[in-house]
Design a protein around this ligand. Structure first.
Ligand code: SF4
Length: 319
């Protein structure tokens, strides 16, 4: 299957008062058309910065980004404007990402106006109503304001707005994290249905592994700006190989009280992403760290077909 998105050795650094913050550091992956890449990791691991850099909302420091085979790294303002139609984002907090002074209808119609896609007002209103139907938002809310609706309905507005330009690729940045669990399931089902109907490609960013399990084809685990493990979603849950992934997965609440479930508690300080020292960034918290881990960066290696891990001791750890 051909890749819609290809990212090669992408870096995004920020200058700070104390040095260079390596928010995204040498990340490489691709997403085939119509598939979902889940991106997981703790807060501050660089996953949201990665999504925004791929979308061109942040300029990259180094590396390349391809969309449908074309290099779109740091493109011109005009080109970026065209790309914006094809590449959209859904934000975490549907309340703060929506303009409180605009009605639901105006919020959904705004991208159509910016791109001059439906200049006729009646036609535009019809398109907005169609989009509300697509995302399961009752048309009676067209003149309501975001604060009058619950979190699930507000996120449906965000999704309708993202869909209004008929995109091919959507970065979903923690799209259900601010919602109640029952509403989360509804929004996830909606996103999966839309993906099937419209052939959408998603990059689904979350800190919640149980959410990403059901929606992803592949999952990338990030730690302090770097990719530490990448493989199929089922493979990650059945046969995770990196010590950090094991700790993350062990933190998922287990439904069965009969099954023994040992949580791995990470100890030690999180290393600083500012001017990071050579060596594995997880070393200070890793139970398996050896001398080499503090001296040399682990390379990302394909341990089994399609399963990539960055760890010096992966074989020894996994027998
Ligand atoms: Fe742990 Fe070393 Fe592997 Fe890093 S490279 S995860 S410190 S064993």
């Amino acid at each position: 299957m051909s890749a819609l998105i290809e990212v090669k050795h992408l870096k995004k650094y920020f200058k700070t008062a104390t040095g260079m913050l390596h928010a995204v550091d040498d990340v490489t992956f691709s997403i085939p058309k119509g598939q979902t890449l889940g991106v997981v990791g703790e807060s501050g691991c660089g996953k949201s910065t990665l999504g925004r850099t791929v979308l061109g909302l942040l300029d990259s420091t180094d590396g390349e980004i391809y969309f449908e085979g074309e290099n779109i790294t740091n493109v011109s303002h005009e080109k970026f404007h065209d790309l914006r139609r094809k590449m959209q984002i859904i934000f975490q907090d549907p309340y703060s990402s929506l303009n409180p002074r605009m009605s639901v209808g105006d919020i959904i119609a705004e991208p159509l106006q910016i791109f001059n896609l439906c200049p006729d007002k009646a036609e535009r209103e019809q398109k907005v109503k169609e989009l509300m139907d697509v995302v399961g938002l009752d048309q009676r809310f067209i003149n309501s304001y975001p604060h009058e609706l619950d979190g699930g309905r507000r996120q449906r507005i965000g999704i309708a707005r993202a869909l209004s330009l008929d995109p091919k690729f959507i970065v979903c940045d923690e799209p259900v994290s601010a919602l109640d669990v029952s509403i989360q399931a509804q929004i996830l089902n909606l996103m999966q249905d839309l993906q099937e109907q419209k052939g959408l490609t998603y990059m689904f960013i979350t800190h919640n592994l149980s959410v990403v399990k059901h929606i992803s084809d592949n999952i990338m685990v990030m730690y302090l700006g770097q990719m530490v493990e990448l493989c199929g979603a089922k493979e990650l849950f059945a046969n995770n190989l990196h010590p950090y992934t094991k700790a993350l997965l062990s933190a998922i609440p287990h439904p069965s009280i009969r099954e023994k479930h040992e949580r791995i508690i990470l100890k030690g300080e999180i290393s600083s992403p500012i001017n990071p020292k050579p060596g594995c960034r997880f070393a200070a918290r890793c139970n398996y760290a050896t001398e080499e881990c503090f001296k040399r960066d682990p390379e990302l290696r394909e341990c089994t077909p399609g399963h990539f891990v960055a760890c010096h001791n992966v074989e020894a750890i996994n027998g």
